[in-house]
Design a binder for this molecule. Structure first.
Ligand code: ADP
Ligand code: MG
Length: 245
């Protein structure tokens, strides 16, 4: 499987392909949405809380009228990447494809939340380089292995320790921690208090606000365009589905 994917990538470069420009620019979409597109890339061990924090953050953003999309490692392996395994080469291809998908969303002005173990620095850095400086926000869930293993929400650590899963990150496969992530989330705050998923999501929200990705919170009636529709939907002021044109 690994070989065929490498072959496809080489084959793609041999085609005579010309880039087709769209008629609606990213900036126009961002203006309409009143937000700046980016990917929030969650990396960390299995059980570190990537999915939980991403879901919590997406909910908070939705309630503010922000248009998002959520890409989760387990879900993507059910579809787009169902033909990939966990060898180093397939993990690289997994992350490359997801990076390309997030780029499509970001170029449409959305805030994409991607939660993937993404254990290799090189794979994450390739996505960062592909997206560009302000479009990739790396969030490192710096949770000790012992804590992730104690949670063992899916029972996978138990299976890995018993040798029933091979190549499990943190057990018999490497995890390369980010060296310069935009945000590091730890199990406890500086004063030793445990950090719940809500407070972790709040940290990211504050980053997005202070770095200009979101419009400043404003009186709800000052919001317009698609952002208005999302805000109304979030507050259930309009019917959930309206088929009238
Ligand atoms: N900040 C947190 N504090 C305590 N428990 C958490 C926190 N974040 C996640 N969890 C719990 O840890 C387990 C694993 O979380 P999950 O989001 O599935 O991890 P991942 O997506 O990184 O594999 C879940 O049971 C979740 O409820
Ligand atoms: Mg997960």
């Amino acid at each position: 499987m690994c070989n065929s994917i490498a072959a496809q990538a080489v084959c793609g470069k041999d085609q005579h392909i010309t880039w087709q420009e769209g008629a609606v620019r990213r900036e126009a979409k961002e203006r309409a949405l009143q937000q700046r597109g980016c990917v929030i890339w969650f990396t960390g061990l299995s059980g570190s809380g990537k999915s939980t924090v991403a879901c919590t953050l997406e909910h908070a953003l939705f309630n503010r009228g922000v248009l998002t999309t959520l890409l989760d490692g387990d879900n993507i392996r059910h579809g787009l990447n169902c033909n990939l395994g966990f060898c180093e080469e397939d993990r690289a291809e997994n992350i490359r494809r997801v990076g390309e998908v997030t780029k499509l969303f970001v170029d449409s002005g959305l805030i994409a939340l991607a939660s993937f173990i993404s254990p290799y620095s090189r794979d994450r850095d390739n996505v960062r380089a592909r997206l560009g400086p302000r479009d990739f926000i790396e969030v490192y869930l710096k949770i000790p292995l012992e804590m992730c293993e104690a949670r063992d929400a899916k029972g996978l650590y138990k299976l890995a320790r018993a040798g029933k899963i091979k190549g499990f990150t943190g057990i018999d496969d490497p995890y390369e921690a980010p060296e310069n992530p935009e945000i590091t989330l730890e199990a406890c705050s500086a004063d030793g208090r445990p950090q719940c998923p809500e407070s972790m999501a709040r940290t990211i929200l504050t980053y997005l606000e202070s770095h200009g990705y979101l419009r400043a919170p404003m009186a709800n009636n000052a919001v317009s365009g698609p952002a208005r529709a999302i805000a109304d939907w979030a507050e259930r002021k309009t019917p959930v589905l309206d088929y009238s044109i």
